[in-house]
Design a protein around this ligand. Structure first.
Ligand code: CAA
Length: 389
């Protein structure tokens, strides 16, 4: 195309509650330094019983629709791996809650933590076909492992909403992409389970292999060299993983690995993920939010993205920050979403974690807990009933 395509607006939301790693460590006897230093996590977002991927997604997307209107939105792509229905797309509930036009297509995408990037790339293609159209890309997830497992410390929850358009106000997304797919069982969730299964150490080496593979494909397709990037947004199942991945990439490319250099490239991307936890599909874009909201002027700077989804698919691509981007950021809103969370003790977390109503098929009114703009009000006749507050 002879016009730029990319991120025109960006907004993030998270859950009502927060569980700190001090509280988790006090409960399970771990040294809290393992969490703070070893995996680079301080706390995790926990949705209230009346929150889920839909309510967080609607909370993230509402300000985007309020700012730009809905008339140009012809497609809603909802990426998630913590789906609430095996058939109906979660995006249709969001479409309804936000009053989007009937003349739109809505679909849900899945490939573990990667599918937000698939959605973004598909959105670029749609705008390339017709530059008057906008695509609302949503990535929303609640990360849940069994209590008492090593994965428990890496749970979290968040949603991001990204408006993709021609001549974007925030970031141009570039060609080429580097892709990598390998059939591997490092992390998965069979249909009959509400918590994920994971082979922890295997998942880390699978991630690193995928970084190599995606980078190789990127360079073979004529991508930029490593020196051209100001920062790198990695998928962050825990923030230390971004450091591991970048170290691996530099090493693989034959660079002398310098801790200061890695910190310069990664440091400003981890702030939100360190306090929110793993938000699966949203995580790599929360890294971007953290960078844009907290770094000094990034105008005309190029940012690398490495999106990884277990199973596995990875993609490396580049985006360049557009002049004037700062006046379009939602920094105060993002900080408020983090700061407004109420801290909970382990007993409250356990009650929410082990709550069984979504899978028992019964009719329930859901207690009102969230102070956010949307809530799951109840379940009746196997249907989820949402309301705007
Ligand atoms: N002080 C400082 N550091 C400490 C410490 C202490 N007291 N105790 C341990 N550490 C360090 C360890 O050395 C280790 O760091 P390195 O890997 O750099 O050596 C780190 O803390 C973690 O310790 P362990 O490896 O012993 O921890 P663990 O085995 O209990 O759990 C985990 C780690 C496997 C990542 C686990 O959290 C897990 O299973 N997480 C879920 C899976 C996951 O996130 N995988 C990531 C790649 S897959 C992916 O990215 C997709 C996705 O979203 C799931």
């Amino acid at each position: 195309a002879d016009f730029a395509i990319g991120l025109h607006d960006f907004s993030a939301a998270t859950g009502q509650y927060v569980l700190t790693h001090e509280t988790l460590a006090a409960e399970n006897g771990a040294d809290v330094a393992k969490y703070h230093k070893g995996i680079g996590q301080r706390s995790m977002s926990v949705p209230a019983v009346d929150e889920d991927i839909v309510t967080m997604a609607a909370a993230a997307a509402a300000p985007v629709v309020a700012r730009h209107g809905a008339d140009q939105i012809r497609t809603v792509l909802f990426a998630t791996e913590s789906s609430i229905d095996q058939a109906k797309a979660a995006g249709i509930y969001v479409h309804s809650l936000l009053g989007l036009p009937a003349g739109a297509r809505v679909v849900e995408l899945k490939q573990a933590c990667y599918s937000g990037t698939a959605a973004l790339q598909f959105a670029l293609g749609l705008v390339h076909r017709d530059r008057s159209e906008q695509v609302l890309v949503i990535a929303s997830d609640v990360s849940k492992y069994e209590r008492g497992t090593p994965g428990e410390a890496t749970q979290g929850a968040a949603a991001v909403a990204m408006l993709v358009s021609a001549e974007p106000a925030l970031m141009r997304i570039e060609n080429p992409s580097g892709m990598f797919t390998a059939d591997i069982m490092d992390f998965w969730r069979p249909n009959y389970r509400t918590t994920a299964l994971v082979d922890g150490q295997e998942s880390i080496s699978a991630y690193l292999q995928a970084v190599e593979g995606a980078w190789k494909d990127y360079t073979e397709r004529g991508g930029r060299s490593l020196d051209e990037f100001t920062a790198f947004c990695y998928h962050q199942p825990f923030t230390k993983m971004a450091y591991k991945a970048h170290r691996h990439l530099l090493d693989h490319c034959g660079y002398d690995v310098d801790d200061g250099e890695i910190t310069r490239a990664i440091g400003q991307t981890t702030g939100y993920n360190a306090v929110i936890g793993n938000s699966y599909t949203a995580s790599v874009y929360l890294a971007l939010a953290s960078l844009l909201d907290n770094a000094d002027d990034l105008t005309d700077r190029t940012v690398g993205f490495l999106s990884y989804g277990s199973g596995s698919v990875a993609e490396f691509f580049a985006g360049t920050v557009v002049p004037g981007y700062r006046s379009h950021l939602r920094t105060d809103m993002h900080r408020a979403a983090i700061d407004r969370r109420q801290e909970i003790d382990y007993a409250k977390y356990r009650e929410i974690h082990d709550h069984s109503f979504p899978v028992d098929g019964g009719n329930h009114a859901v207690p009102r807990e969230t102070t956010g703009p949307y809530r799951l009000a109840g379940l009746a006749g196997h249907k989820r009933l949402y309301e705007q507050l």
